[in-house]
Design a protein around this ligand. Structure first.
Ligand code: GCU
Length: 345
């Protein structure tokens, strides 16, 4: 399991609740009572997000909240807190488990640290494209057991996934066309053993950092490069400090909407049906926005000085080809991998 050098989970035990209360007060959202979002007018669930307000995830989730409020006659609503206001994903995952926030969007890499079977879906080469990815994430026969796997141990239900699109490398140093160009560069990765190995396989030195620390990391030289989708590159303005975006498209990543299981189970059947319907519509809206905003993101980054280049895609594929064999070590993992790959052949 991936452990960051600074044990932020332990720190959270001491400072988390005060921090959340302060953040909620600063945002003007919630009741200020961090242990409960309930009020006479219904339950207002807090949803932690690490993206900006112009990101597809924020837009689609806000619309989900409004639709849920309307469909349940005000019994259930959602306050989306963007920009890591409630903490980085490693923290908000923990907060969703202990109920100090009700929901969070977390990357698959975070869930891999709670149940290593999730790494199957974080594997370079796992999904061929976004359409196939969304079909598989919506197929209960393939993902149903995995999504329920954290309920008993963590009190977390995985409701489903958003695409993170195709992830590519960007650098402060210059254009990358083959993995050799990354040699010696410190490449920021998410907090995942698999993604550290991915960086090594590309010849880089993997440096795990929380999303919100990437801009400063690039700017200060703590890292030389990062990898993400075009929308994150543009909305986080990483192009300002790492102007070389090289379209490696090495991975189609996944974000998950997670909810505290007790909260989910406290919904009436009727409200739960409205919730499920709203979430399905939210995923659909998100996928549509993703396509639109990806083209716009590239334009925005280029207008801001980014230089975008194509790469030797085969060389990247080849460099990463040994990862499945190295990381898929249990029967559950290989069965899931075969189902994911089999659904795309
Ligand atoms: C994407 C993804 C986030 C994730 C981020 C990262 O933006 O949507 O959930 O945190 O990548 O690289 O950390």
């Amino acid at each position: 399991m991936f452990i960051r050098p600074l044990n932020r989970r332990a720190l959270l035990g001491a400072t988390g609740i005060a921090g959340i209360t302060a953040a909620l007060a600063a945002c003007g959202g919630g009741s200020g009572d961090s242990s409960s979002g309930s009020g006479a007018s219904g339950t207002q669930m807090r949803l932690a997000l690490n993206q900006t307000e112009d990101h597809p995830s924020f837009i689609a989730l806000e619309n989900f909240g409004a639709a849920l409020d309307e469909a349940t006659g005000g019994s259930w609503g959602i306050d989306v807190y963007p920009n890591e206001t409630l903490g980085a994903q490693q923290e908000t995952l923990q907060m969703t488990s202990n109920g100090s926030v009700e929901m969070s969007i977390v990357s698959g890499t975070q869930l891999e640290n709670l149940n290593p079977d999730f790494l199957v879906l974080n594997m370079p080469g796992g999904f061929d494209d976004i359409t196939k990815q969304m079909e598989i994430l919506g197929d209960q026969e393939i993902v149903g057991e995995l999504f329920a796997s954290l309920e008993e141990s963590q009190n977390i239900t995985v409701l489903g996934g958003f695409t993170q699109g195709e992830r590519s490398v960007y650098s402060t140093k210059g254009a990358i066309t083959t993995p050799d160009d990354l040699a010696g560069q410190k490449l920021r990765v998410q907090e995942s053993d698999l993604h550290l190995a991915m960086a090594a396989a590309l010849g880089a030195t993997g440096t795990p950092l929380a999303y919100g620390e990437v801009y400063t990391g690039l700017n200060s030289g703590v890292i030389d490069a990062a990898e993400n989708n075009e929308i994150s590159y543009a909305t986080q303005t990483h192009f300002e400090v790492a102007p070389y975006l090289s379209l490696t498209r090495h991975l189609v990543g996944t974000d998950y909407l997670i909810i505290n299981t007790d909260v989910l189970n406290s919904m009436s059947d009727e409200d739960r049906a409205a919730f499920d319907e709203g979430w399905a519509a939210c995923v659909e809206e998100h996928t549509g926005l993703w396509e639109e905003q990806t083209a716009q993101a590239i334009e925005d980054a280029e207008a801001g000085g980014a230089e975008v280049n194509e790469v030797d895609a085969e060389a990247f594929k080849e460099a990463l080809s040994a990862l499945p064999e190295e990381f898929l070590t249990t029967e559950a993992q290989t069965t899931l991998w075969d189902a994911v790959r089999g659904a795309q052949s």
